[in-house]
Design a protein around this ligand. Structure first.
Ligand SMILES: [Zn+2]
Length: 497
């Protein structure tokens, strides 16, 4: 299908119900002007005239259908807010735009959800965050903070461990003590402990579950894989007929980076099942060596030797793979001394370290000063606004107390001011978090930590060596034709550079 059409969406928003038809006309004119100045010749106008029924927006639905069919390349609106404040619908629209490569343009911003020119580290997420933020601000401004929370599927059931459900605010809030246990769990997992080890440590620290039970690997797993802790919530979209995710629903207790790292660690190891090797680390490569032929995990065994000249000695080896094949034969992969594999892996780690060092240097040279200054200036202005707002409120109260104003007017103006104050505070919080996202020091810290681990590997005790390997490497595949042939070793890193 030919795709060069641009969709224009116009809508009278609810707040302007006392407003005029002119608003629609103005929007239309603005968008048509945009098309002319940007050279978009072929456009189609979607004009939402009536919105008497809640959430029923036939034109937007028609437009979304068109996007899904790949009819449009761009969607023009005068302001993001025109799309409405219904979070589910916005999420659906966002997904459709991503799927169909549609760029949203307003007179002053361009939102391209697929733009990978943005630095993946923070650029993309802040584009999203900007978009999300406008929604939050809108909800705050209209007093509909919890539109999302109300629809969450956990409503009525128990809040996830670490949270409690605030009935008045209709939102999940962190539980004072349990959030600490949750964070302990996260930190332990990030240190490279398996789910069973995390459970054991928590139990030994006297930190138990909500019902005062002991933690098990399964319970820990369930919690660490739960995206609710990211501030997300899932709900069923009747429009798309599938589950969609809403973000910023409540305070997050884990960062996306931490969450991802834990998922990576667990996906590659599945070590919550391997109760058999607790505290019995045999080699630095335990749980990491797989057969290059049949792809199954190779077992590591000790090989004891004796000779008259040398006396007794032993070494560990990845045992010859004898897994049965579907045709009844056995996998013919040969075994290999762990020392040999380890030496090879250490060679790769040295190169990995060089790459990290280079990356670290380029991060340190990456100048974000300009963006930081812009945010700082905006924050300062907001802080002034906040003060002014609080003075206004004082004056208003004085007027009321002096009986210059009746109660109704006072209440309504006070509410207006408080809403505005809330919006200011929320923008400040958002900008502050954006400022810290611009700060790459957490990534730098992480890289520096990895470099440090590689440097001190030689002097680590065995168990720590194994932890380090498992933190850095997800999988090692060994392929060896015969006992005497040279092994082929493939290594997958947790994080590719
Ligand atoms: Zn095999």
């Amino acid at each position: 299908m030919k795709r060069n059409k641009v969709a224009l969406y116009i809508r009278k928003s609810r707040e302007e119900d006392n407003g005029k038809e002119e608003t629609l006309h103005n929007q239309e004119q603005t968008l048509i002007n945009m098309c002319e100045s940007r050279g978009y010749e072929d456009y189609e106008i979607f004009k939402e005239v009536e919105s008497s029924i809640k959430y029923d927006r036939p034109e937007l639905l028609k437009l979304m259908k068109g996007i899904e069919q790949g009819k449009y390349t761009k969607l023009l609106i005068t302001h993001i807010d025109r799309l409405g404040r219904e979070i589910g619908l916005l999420d659906d629209l966002k997904k459709l735009c991503v799927a169909s490569d549609v760029i949203i343009e307003t007179p002053d911003t361009i939102i391209n959800f697929k733009d990978d020119n943005h630095d993946l580290m923070y650029g993309f997420s802040s584009v999203l965050a900007d978009f999300e933020y406008k929604r939050i601000r809108h909800r705050l401004a209209t007093g509909k903070v919890n539109t999302v929370a109300i629809r969450k599927k956990w409503i009525g059931s128990t809040a996830p461990y670490g949270y409690e459900y605030d009935k008045n605010e209709k939102i999940l809030v962190p539980h004072k003590e349990r959030r600490i246990t949750y964070r302990k769990m996260v930190d332990l997992a990030l240190e490279g402990h398996s789910f069973s080890e995390v459970a054991n440590k928590l139990n030994s620290l006297g930190m138990f579950t909500q019902k005062n039970n002991r933690w098990t690997a399964g319970r820990v797993l369930k919690i660490l894989k739960n995206r609710t802790y990211l501030g997300e919530a899932e709900y069923n979209s009747t429009r798309l007929g599938r589950k969609v995710t809403a973000t910023d629903c409540h305070e997050a207790l884990i960062t996306p980076e931490e969450f991802e790292t834990i998922q990576k660690l667990s996906a590659t190891r599945r070590n919550y099942r391997s109760k058999d090797n607790w505290g019995k680390t045999k080699t630095p490569l335990d749980s990491l060596v797989y057969c290059g032929r049949c792809k199954r995990k190779m077992s590591i065994q000790i090989s004891k030797k004796y000779s008259q000249a040398r006396g007794h000695w032993h070494f560990y080896q990845a045992r010859k793979c004898i897994h049965p094949n579907p045709d009844g034969t056995r996998c013919p992969n040969s075994g290999c001394k762990i020392d040999i594999i380890e030496e090879y892996v250490l060679g790769l780690l040295a190169k990995y370290k060089d790459n990290l060092t280079n990356k670290l240097l380029s991060l340190q040279n990456n100048d974000t000063t300009e963006a930081e200054t812009a945010i700082a200036i905006r924050l300062e202005a907001l802080s002034d606004d906040e003060k002014k707002q609080s003075n206004r409120l004082k004056r208003l109260t004085d007027l009321y107390l002096d009986e210059m104003m009746d109660k109704d007017e006072y209440e309504s103006r006070r509410k207006e001011m408080l809403d505005k104050d809330k919006a200011i505070k929320s923008e400040m919080a958002y900008l502050e978090s954006k400022l810290s996202n611009l700060d790459v020091s957490t990534v730098e810290d992480k890289y520096e930590e990895i470099i440090g681990m590689i440097d001190s590997y030689k002097d680590m005790p065995l168990e720590e060596k194994n932890k380090t390997m498992r933190l850095l490497i997800s999988r090692i595949e060994l392929t060896k034709a015969t006992t005497t042939s040279t092994p082929k070793i493939d290594v997958w890193f947790m994080e590719n550079l």
